[in-house]
Design a protein around this ligand. Sequence first.
Ligand code: GDP
Length: 468
Amino acid sequence: MFNTITHKVNNLVHRVTDDHLRLAVTGLSRSGKTAFITSLVDQLLHIDKTDNPHLRLFAPVKNGQILSVKRVEQGDLTLSRFEYDKNRDCLESEPAKWPASTRGMSEIRLAIHYQRQDGLFRYIKEKNTLYLDIFDYPGEWLLDLPMLSQSFKGWSKNQQIFHKGVRQELAQQWLNKVKQLDLMKKADEEKIANLSEEYTAYLLACKEQGMQYIQPGRFVLPSESQGAPVFQFFPLLDLSEEQWEQLEKSDKSSIYHTLKKRYKFYQKKIIKPFYEDYFSQFDRQVILADCLTPLNHSQDAFLEMKLGLQQLFKHFHYGERTLFNRLFSSNIDKLLFLATKADHITSEQWSNLENLMRQLVQEKGNFKQFDSINTGYYAISSICATENVNVMQNGEKFKAIQGIRTSDKKNVILYPGTVPSRLPEANFWDTNNFEFESFEPQSLDFDETIPHLRMDSVLQFLLADKLQ
Ligand code: GDP
């Protein structure tokens, strides 16, 4: 009798056990994806049976539920392996260096062996395994989503909106050359390739200036097939309706029709497969944003970051008939927004950074659309490169940060400035003098865990409920 009950309960335990979790991590380039996944994996692999000061706020560790964590072969053998070991080597080298940034999609799988804590089944010493699949993919891929519903003409017109200020200046050279083209003429592949290269150089220059809303997103990410014709097209700006009509009537082998054909191919063969093959299968999503760098640059850069970020989270607008909803379904139940690199600022500024991130996402009540998804916001540092120190000046004590500055490799103590807790107004960039410097990582001993800020809160949000 007892055996039968135990058997039934065991079955139930098996049934309710979530043994797989597909966690996707994204963010625009340089937002800190590589650093984040490296640190997340490192924190989990360094869980010790007795002492885990690096994960105080992660309840399953505090409760002693986690028995071991191992890296195992990934699920999708067609994807690149996330280079955890290589990244760890970079941090163990002397001097330590930052790991290479995300280039495309990659995966890593961890097997987390744990014991349940659930009150009902406490007496059954059931051991379970949660397979955690972590996917790293460039946020730029998500920026391309609106292109799926735009024609070549519609997309070109949309790009026109951005042609002001810094962008207009940077685009001038490429634009002058396009204006000299006779788009009705038979396509010259070489010419299109060269102009596409110039267009890509312009997009990269925009990125250099802190602009983040870049389309097509794949153009600014290095990839093996970069020279393929599908990556060789560009928008047509400053055309009248009449000119568009004329172009449409041109021969199918014209420059115009070649550009249009490539745009369509990009939609079908590059943008769509990602959503169909991967995106719809993710369970939880982390979105990273470096909110500090645009504060260093300009209001334009900041506004583009906001636009870029809002484009990323448009994918999770539930309850509305969004383009995304119409095209794909998503089962994401938790969404975590992280403002990265919080070690660039002093500890009393962390809450400001978190608020800023929250406001960027929630502007105009956007948060309502996440009703069905549990959403979190934290300011974190995946790989902490500085220390908070107290400095005395003129008899007054104030907080500063200390670390190896990247620009001159000097060990410096500095006060980087105040982070606004609200979305800054235009005059903010005139009156504030920001200096968020880059720092080099500290060199790690082979058995040392990566120093971090709040990665334990991140783990608590993302994993704790799956390990109960
Ligand atoms: P990805 O392009 O999103 O993969 O970005 P990375 O993870 O490669 O990060 C880009 C750069 O940001 C790194 O090379 C570091 O210079 C910096 N960075 C990332 N995370 C941190 C962090 O936690 N602290 C500090 N100080 N710098 C960071």
